[in-house]
Design a protein around this ligand. Structure first.
Ligand SMILES: [Zn+2]
Length: 467
């Protein structure tokens, strides 16, 4: 009897171990199969960062950005273009987590749970991917932007949602990813981050768009009002300084000259709740989904804010932070009269690839960021700023509405600027919204980001006309 009992116990333990093992294997296969595939011992697949069997990635015109030749991953033939598109496409190191190659490696290699890598070609999903970006525009933006320490430039079609340009600096050549050590880590600080999507900067005067919108909606007759700027004023118990002495100005002139005194006074008059409500409405605190990646949220904080801080928050200082893509979307909404079109970067034309990737339909309509009547006034203010303050010939005859900004930041003991230009074009054949930022520069927004915006927008027009 004792022996029988011992044997049944043994059988019981073996059976439990068997089913336990099976359960573990099934769970591992279901959850981690794609990680196994990419292990080094699967050299035939994992060569070139798991991309040895990956399909091609092309730009909107079919220009090849990445392809696999003899199990080697090959990037664009032009070095500047390779750097310009590094954060969009990615590299073999897969260190840029938001890049296409890092996020869609399985889809690019045609890996399937059932078939592994041996899926018959006719069954394979979209192994090749076409993007909405224009390589030439990205190159032009990179050439201008790479003169600065870091920054971002994004352009998108506010009617269709296609992202035409997405460039982040710092960047490196994907053909030779850097080995980052203690010695050179300063040089490559933040290099894996796509600043277009994942960074925020001090907005400076581009935030006056938000303050202007709040004033237009909450202060009756504000467009007819006059202010006096002497260059410096005590507002809310502390000094607010201006970029110049603007004398007597109305709101349109104050917006164009970027007068701090007027917008600081407006913020205090509006109060924290109305300012906060408008920042929220305009998407400063939102995260926008760009083909599966969420943009970094901006900051507008009124917690324990005093009047002088509120004044500075109204001119884009204090703790204000905004993201470049978010700003381009806001400009697109103003251009369209209130609602924005959702931007996307993976072309919906490559078959059913978007549904395969679990992404929502490209270019669908987003919510209202600006009240239509307010959008109309902002259109006028942004157009007037270009015509009267920046010079209308700046963009080679394109009809541009824009706002520049110079956010003051600190690097070590040094005072530096985040130079901005954001806006949109109203020409029918180039319905493009843009946001460009140069981080930690000594220049103002107009001279720094203005150059980037000009170079990128002029090339975008050229490219779209040849589409
Ligand atoms: Zn002023």
């Amino acid at each position: 009897m004792k022996r029988v009992l011992r044997r049944s116990w043994l059988t019981f333990v073996v059976v439990i171990a068997f089913f336990g093992g099976m359960a573990f294997l099934i769970a591992e296969t279901l959850l981690s199969a794609s990680d196994w595939v990419d292990q080094a011992y699967n050299g035939h697949i994992s060569g070139a960062g798991g991309l040895a069997q990956a399909g091609s990635i092309t730009d909107r015109n079919g220009d090849t950005l990445a392809k696999t030749v003899n199990k080697e991953r090959v990037y664009h033939e032009d070095k500047t273009t390779r750097k310009a598109l590094l954060h969009v496409v990615g590299d073999n190191s897969l260190n840029i987590s938001t890049a296409i190659q890092s996020r869609f490696r399985s889809e690019l290699t045609g890996y399937s749970f059932i078939w592994g890598l041996n899926m018959p070609k006719s069954f394979r999903g979209g192994r090749d991917m076409q993007l909405t970006v224009d390589a030439k525009t990205c190159k032009a933006a990179y050439e201008a932007l790479s003169n600065y320490d870091s920054g971002a430039c994004v352009i998108y079609n506010y009617n269709t949602g296609e992202i035409i340009c997405s460039v982040s600096v710092k960047a490196y050549d994907p053909n030779s990813p850097p080995k980052i050590t203690k010695k050179n880590e300063d040089k490559y600080d933040g290099v894996y981050l796509d600043n277009v999507l994942s960074s925020t900067y001090t907005p400076g005067s581009i935030f006056k768009i938000v303050t202007a919108a709040a004033a237009i909606e909450n202060i009756p007759g504000v467009m007819e009002r006059k202010w006096y700027c002497s260059g410096k004023e005590d507002i809310g118990g502390g000094d607010v300084t201006c970029v110049g002495e603007h004398g007597t100005v109305n709101l349109e002139q104050a917006f164009g000259h970027s007068c701090n005194i007027v917008f600081a006074e407006l913020a205090v008059e509006l109060g924290p709740e109305k300012m906060n409500a408008m920042a929220k409405k305009m998407g400063i605190k939102a995260q926008f989904d760009i083909s599966g990646v969420k943009t970094k949220q901006g900051v507008y904080s009124i917690k324990n804010i005093n009047k002088n801080q509120l004044a500075w928050s109204g001119v884009g200082q204090y703790t204000d932070q905004v993201n470049p893509t978010q700003m381009a979307i806001l400009c697109g909404a103003i251009a369209k009269g209130g609602k924005y079109t959702k931007p996307y970067i993976i072309s919906g034309e490559s078959g059913s690839i978007l549904s395969d990737l679990g992404l929502s339909a490209a270019g669908s309509e987003g919510g209202e960021l600006v009240k239509p009547s307010t959008a109309k006034v902002l259109q006028k203010l942004m157009r007037s700023a270009v015509v009267n303050d920046y010079g209308d010939d700046m963009f080679g005859g394109m009809k541009i509405c824009a706002k520049t900004g110079t956010g003051e930041t600190v690097k070590g003991d040094e005072e530096k600027n985040d130079g901005w230009m954001i806006g949109y074009c109203t020409d029918e054949d180039t319905p493009l919204a843009f946001a460009c930022v140069c981080h930690s520069t000594d220049e103002y927004g107009y001279s720094s980001a203005g150059k980037i915006a000009k170079a990128a927008m002029l090339q975008a027009r050229k490219s779209l006309k040849n589409d």
